[in-house]
Unconditional design. Structure first.
Length: 232
């Protein structure tokens, strides 16, 4: 079922968490307990997606909670009563650029306060005083987290280092690797990743692509309308 102005998606009974994912193919997936319940292009509005989930919708002067196959579970005079103890599904933020991923602050609730989550990667603490080992560990983590296997594709080392430095700086203020040290760190990962260095001026990481594409615009962005998306 797609979303309408009077439809609210909720999670199954006893489930209080769902997760949106963006695949390398620029597909948004909504996962509930590891099961994909929606999968559509990131460039489309999430209101047009098909969802295999319960929902609350307006029915005359009341509201009904329906199962994923349309069976009525309960009918109540208000939306809040119809939702009951179910958890509502939140829409994902339409990511368009890398800096949205890098310049993000996470807070968690502690009593009546929100505390900023200060994340420090293990490679920054374990190898704080060993720049060579820190670079190798950081590059390996970056390649594992930010690139995915894609036979036939490749990423230039210039672009790879540019993305790496943004990722690195967002996590630590320790000295970053020069171009030479970055190349050495990538080569140290040769047991898991292949570099084509046949052209010394255009070395490339083989059979990989970046996990996230920039400039994929969704009409769910506040400053985008349907005509703007169609013109892209």
């Amino acid at each position: 079922m797609t979303l309408g102005p009077d439809v609210t998606l909720v999670l199954p009974e006893g489930v209080d968490e769902a997760r949106w994912c963006r695949t390398p193919a620029d597909i948004h997936e909504l996962l509930v307990d590891g099961t994909v319940v929606a999968s559509e292009p990131a460039a489309a509005s999430v209101d047009t997606y098909e969802y295999d989930l319960p929902r609350v919708r307006k029915h005359g002067s009341s509201y009904v909670l329906e199962s994923s196959n349309g069976d009525v579970i309960r009918e109540q005079p208000t939306k809040r009563a119809a939702i009951g103890d179910r958890t509502k599904v939140r829409k994902p933020f339409p990511l368009t650029h890398w800096h949205f991923l890098l310049n993000t602050t996470v807070h968690y609730q502690s009593g009546n306060d929100f505390i900023e989550y200060d994340f420090t990667p293990s490679w920054a603490t374990q190898y704080r005083n060993s720049h060579a080992r820190r670079y190798e560990a950081a590059v390996k983590s970056f390649l594992e987290q930010v690139t995915v296997e894609s036979p036939g594709d490749s990423i230039s080392m210039t672009l790879l280092r540019s993305r790496f430095l943004e990722w690195y700086r967002a996590q630590t203020d320790l000295k970053e690797p020069s171009e030479t040290w970055f190349g050495r760190a990538v080569n140290a990962c040769s047991d898991s990743f292949e570099v084509d260095d046949s052209d010394t001026h255009n070395k490339r990481l083989e059979d990989r692509q970046l996990v996230f594409s920039e400039e994929v615009y969704s009409p769910d962005l506040a400053f985008i309308d349907g005509d703007d998306v169609d013109d892209e």
